[in-house]
Design a protein around this ligand. Structure first.
Ligand code: EPU
Length: 418
């Protein structure tokens, strides 16, 4: 196992590039199950989660090849419909194969994802949507076992906004007979990216990016040719926080400003300077960070996937901040580690009350999940002295070489064997 070591307080400056979005490429890879051919996808980040999805598709019979951001998925050989526990337990997004497998085989067996460091994550809405479209679903021996006779489009009203739930139903409905209307659909940009990819395969999806998505089923889909995955807005946001710390000055390349509205609005309130420059964003930290309150919400609200990173800024801000987590109310595992670095954080229900301190100090700390691990790296950048972040396999699930990117703009950060 490796750990990341950081000598904090360096002022970062220079240019850094954002890669393809993890949460867009994973559903697009699952979409390949819907056709019978050689799919080519570009701007694919080199992440452990992408490797896990490749392994899962290979387990189903597909052939996958990955080189330098280009991914080939040959789905013509897919001949199995079981997603085993061993893979699903390492990546919850594996549940995205459920809809496509039902579409292809009229049956699927997908392990139920177990517990998760960010709290309980049920999939009842995915199952509700499958049932409404004509699938009979049982939960047996830890598996979701789905069998469909006649799949027919109709209205699928979600009780809440769910990103992968919306994606699963969109995937299945693309090849169901008739029209499916998803009500209360998730509006996240990754849902739009999946809809764009499906439409290029021949699907007929309208309204992605709003809360009503209409899908007119087609009889079959063709392969995806050279689809370029959208930039990762959470990686971009994480780098924006790095730019706001230590009076840094970063030019973040290959990102979409329009995907980062809620975060940009909050960062401006802290006094951070932000300029849009084509596909780049320049972020400059000022010496004085003002405390702000924020609450996580579905898109276009403040993303839960940025809560832990934004908290680092609040740890060293002037004043008190109340951070409310509405999506995953228990997503606060990072706070105990931050306290070890001298941060003043109290948890009250699903809120964290953060009182800014003049300085946090380096310490040995442990990552608990993907976004928490990114926040601990940011804490190391802004803490005085040496920070050692262990269990960084969480980081490698969703950030491509974050340490090398930060090093290239002046951070003192490296990996060591534990
Ligand atoms: N929910 C239910 N029932 C369901 C589905 C969701 O109650 O059937 C609840 C969840 O418990 C949560 C809320 O609905 O309270 C929203 O969850 P959602 O389904 O939108 O989350 P997800 O689809 O499992 C995706 C991302 C997460 C991101 C969330 C929220 C992927 C692969 N994952 O998860 O990303 O935090 O949306 O935006 O797209 C990450 O990248 O680190 C990550 C955790």
């Amino acid at each position: 196992m490796e750990k990341i070591v950081i000598e904090g307080k360096n002022r970062l400056s220079g240019e850094v590039s954002v890669g393809g979005a993890k949460n867009a490429v994973l559903p697009i890879m699952a979409a390949c199950i819907l056709n019978d051919g050689e799919n080519t996808i570009s701007n694919v980040p080199d992440l452990a989660d992408v490797r896990t999805m490749m392994k899962l598709l290979e387990t189903l019979g597909a052939r996958c090849e990955y080189t330098d951001g280009e991914l080939l998925v040959d789905s013509s050989t897919i001949n199995r419909y079981k997603a085993p526990y061993d893979l699903v337990k390492t990546m919850r997004a594996s549940v995205l194969v459920l809809g496509p497998l039902v579409a292809r085989f009229k049956k699927a067996e997908v392990s139920l994802p177990g517990g998760c460091a960010i709290g309980e994550r049920p999939i009842d809405q995915h199952i509700k949507g499958l049932r409404i479209l004509g699938t009979s679903v049982q939960l047996e021996d830890g598996y979701v076992s789905a069998v469909a006779e006649k799949l027919e489009g109709t209205t699928v009203p979600f009780d809440l906004s769910t990103v992968t739930g919306t994606e699963n139903i969109m995937l299945l409905a693309s090849v169901c007979e008739g029209e499916t209307v998803i009500l209360n659909a998730a509006c996240e940009p990754e849902v739009v990216d999946l809809a764009n990819a499906l439409n290029l395969m021949g699907a007929r999806i309208e309204g992605a990016g709003t809360d009503i998505i209409t899908i007119t089923g087609v009889s079959s889909l063709g392969p995806l040719e050279g689809y370029s995955v959208m930039p990762d807005r959470i990686e971009a946001g994480t780098l924006m926080i790095a730019g706001a710390l230590n009076e840094s000055d970063l030019l973040i390349r290959n990102c979409r400003f329009e995907h980062l509205g809620a975060l940009t609005g909050k960062l401006l309130q802290t006094g951070t300077k932000i300029e849009k420059n084509g596909n780049s964003i320049r972020v400059r930290g000022t010496g004085e960070i003002k405390s702000i309150d924020f609450s996580t919400l579905p898109y276009p609200g403040f993303p839960t996937d940025m809560q832990a990173q934004m908290m680092i800024l609040m740890c060293v801000a002037d004043g008190m901040s109340v951070i409310t987590e509405n999506i995953f109310p228990q997503r606060f595992m990072h706070t105990a580690e931050l306290r070890r670095m001298g941060a003043d954080i109290k948890l009250v229900g699903n809120s964290a009350v953060v009182r800014g301190v003049p300085e946090i100090r380096g310490a040995p700390i442990m990552a608990s999940d993907l976004r928490a691990s990114a926040s601990l790296v940011l804490a190391g950048l802004c803490g005085a002295g040496r920070t050692e972040v262990s269990r960084i396999y969480h980081l490698d699930r969703g950030y491509e070489k974050l340490d090398e990117k930060l090093q290239s703009v002046g951070a003192s950060i490296w990996r060591e064997k534990e």
